[in-house]
Design a binder for this molecule. Sequence first.
Ligand code: NAD
Length: 314
Amino acid sequence: MAFTVDLSGKTAVITGSNSGIGLGIAQELAKAGANVVLNSFTDRKEDHALAEEIANVTGVEARYIKADMSKGDECRKLIKDAGVCDILINNAGIQHVAGIPEFPAEKWDAIIAINLSSAFHTTAVALPMMREAGWGRVVNIASAHGLTASPYKSAYIAAKHGIVGLTKTTALETAEEPITANTICPGYVLTPLVESQIPDTMKEYDMSREDVIKNVMLKRQPSKEFATVEQMGGTTAFLCSDAAAQITGTAISVDGGWTALCARRRAKSPTPNGSIWRCKAGGPMGPSPGACWTVCCRKKRLRSRACPAPLPGR
Ligand code: NAD
């Protein structure tokens, strides 16, 4: 079978798509011929201009619909207002970084609502439309943090693990129909969401921008390269193709080997439960290399050069 992706005549709704990965996915699906509905919670001229530009470049129909993904009724209305939803991409997401005792409850609620509950609401309205059309694709954007954890990102990690689970259930409920549901788990992709984390991390650990990128962000990404929004769009287009018709309920990592590395490190650990690490600089034990490193830096205000890679615990 020759591999082609022809999505002509299909309509894709992409939540959180006026920037970053969502916009990249909308552009790639439009290149494959799909009509696209862009979304975010703002209603600015430039939001609508993004849709116009996609329509001009690719010749598909493109619209922008404002809807706040933190509100269940607006999530449901987005899909109803789109009128057709053959392809649903649940991408909207936010992040907040703090230890569990300090984590603001309203941030927890917002992250769970936008990163997880929104996908439940949109899927609930989109599935009957897909059934009526006799074809459908759901692609949920999780994260490497949907499969592994790091400290200080409790709400994000809970939401991303949740979306991997929701995808599996969606896949099982549609398994005998021409509908598939899959998760993409990106590693670090240089988007506004990631850019916004750099200044705080620079300040907190007294590091340069280059050190934050190399020693914090890409430290866990063995390829040492950011993934791109075009790669997220290409993977999504593949999942929408006929070649992927039997791929359902999976979590596909696009993370430069991040999750493979975590598994290898765990396997090499000499500890009985394989989960305790200590830091060469004498920092406290942590449940993972990242946790040990972060706690050590945070407590001792160590500069990146002084903070060595952690060793397996004894
Ligand atoms: P981004 O900030 O560029 O995009 C997030 C999008 O969500 C924006 O369009 C924003 O307007 C939208 N959004 C935020 N709150 C919303 C709300 N209440 N209602 C509607 N839309 C809302 O970030 P990104 O990096 O492109 O992230 C997109 C998705 O990819 C997120 O789910 C994120 O968790 C996930 N992800 C990103 C990375 C990365 O490295 N960039 C890695 C793994 C997973």
